[in-house]
Ligand binder design. Structure first.
Ligand SMILES: *Cc1c(COP(=O)(O)O)cnc(C)c1O
Length: 390
């Protein structure tokens, strides 16, 4: 039906990013330089936080935050089963145990009413995720975390620039983390930024990303004395290269324009699909402002995972990108094996995740393509319904 392939996502890159990358290459300074510092400042400002720490990925950023908070073996971290797998994997990376709580079927974020019931003597932190960039409940998680005297970590990898009740994503917890893989709102190719108001935590993350060197050893803003080969703690190489940071600086300078285009695409989809009886569209709290990471729709109750998969397959066969965002984390083979999770453990997350699908989504997706995607989607849903009755 589509005469050209429509990808699931496409980064929005301009001549500005090209120019900044060239500037880095011509400067000869390819790591630990001014682009990283500018990116950190721009992202921290966008999140309303005092400090930004650039890292090589969102996953690395979450890992650094957990390590800096002292989360380790024997500890538990409360989190959501309906997310990209990395948000729970990082808990395993530090040797701790993820404790999942089910989601609220409207926002798809953790059901705040279930959090206290999951707390044990081993609970060390709450790791909340804005599912598909939806910031619902972030203020409530912060209140619950404060009451329980637990740090809230905000995995904001899908929510850069979003707000809830006037507050910016990334700023609700002790630290927030953004990821800049090419399908996110902005990209650095690979990369991420940790944001926080806690200067000690920021310094610890700066040290961890730079082989455990003391801060100031070419890793932070102000240089201190000391040896480049003196390592205070077990660190890692999670630095972001200047080339990647330059792409990010260009993207951040164009942030409002990029987000506005994504909003327009989301609006086009909403207009086209509003009256589709077999679909549930994203439900956004009136007090939230989205920057739109993806456009994920859900087949109505009664549709099966097989039917949803057939819809995705059918769209792909017509050159239209579609994906099953997100399978439940607790049902991933290695989580099943390690923890004995099975179907039925988190019924709402499971019921939702088997019926959701992500549609092609990026700022340059025009009305004609959106209409094509929606028409193809409708045809595939009708086919899946027929097949479901056989
Ligand atoms: C993308 C993403 C991550 C990981 O970010 P990377 O930069 O790919 O490591 C973590 N959590 C969530 C919710 C994400 O969407």
């Amino acid at each position: 039906m589509s005469d050209h392939p429509i990808p699931l996502s496409r980064p929005d890159l301009s001549a500005l990013e090209e120019e900044l990358v060239l500037r880095v290459m011509r400067s000869g300074r390819l790591a630990i330089g001014p682009m990283q510092e500018e990116l950190e400042a721009l992202v921290a400002e966008r999140a309303g936080c005092r400090h930004g720490v650039a890292v090589s990925s969102g996953t690395a950023g979450l890992f650094c935050v957990l390590r800096s908070l002292g989360v380790g073996p024997g500890d538990e971290v409360i989190t959501t089963p309906l997310s990209f797998v990395a948000s729970a994997n990082v808990i395993l990376h530090v040797g701790a145990t993820p404790v999942f709580v089910d989601v609220d079927p409207v926002s798809l974020n953790m059901d705040p009413r279930l959090i206290e019931g999951a707390v044990t003597d081993q609970t060390k932190a709450i790791l909340a995720v804005e599912a598909f960039g939806n910031p619902a409940y972030m203020d409530e998680y912060a209140r619950i975390a404060a009451r329980l005297e637990l740090p809230l970590i905000e995995d904001s990898c899908e929510a850069l620039g979003a707000t809830h009740k006037g507050r910016r994503c990334g700023s609700f917890g002790r630290a927030g983390v953004f990821g800049f893989y090419p399908n996110k709102q902005i990209t650095t190719g690979e990369g991420g930024v940790i944001v926080t108001d806690d200067s000690r935590l920021a310094d610890q993350c700066r040290s961890l990303r730079n082989q455990g060197r003391p801060v100031g050893m070419g890793s932070g803003a102000s240089a201190r004395t000391g040896s480049w080969l003196s390592h205070e703690r077990l660190g890692y190489n999670f630095r972001l290269s200047e080339v990647c940071a330059a792409i990010g600086v260009g993207q951040m300078r164009r942030f409002d324009e990029i987000v506005e285009k994504r909003r327009a695409t989301a609006e086009r989809y909403t207009r086209c699909l509003l009256d589709h009886g077999d679909l549930v569209l994203p439900t956004i709290d009136a007090r939230s402002e989205m920057t739109w990471f993806v456009f994920v729709v859900r087949l109505a109750a009664g549709f099966t995972a097989d039917q949803r998969n057939a819809v995705i397959e059918g769209m792909r066969n017509h050159g239209i990108g579609a994906a099953d965002y997100f399978p439940c984390i607790h049902l991933m083979p290695f989580y099943r094996e390690k923890f004995g999770f099975r179907e039925g453990n988190f019924p709402i997350a499971e019921s939702v995740s088997q019926r959701t699908l992500a549609l092609p989504f990026f700022g340059e997706l025009g009305m004609r393509d959106v209409e094509l995607v929606c028409q193809t989607l409708s045809v595939m849903i009708d086919r899946a319904k027929l097949r479901g009755r056989e």
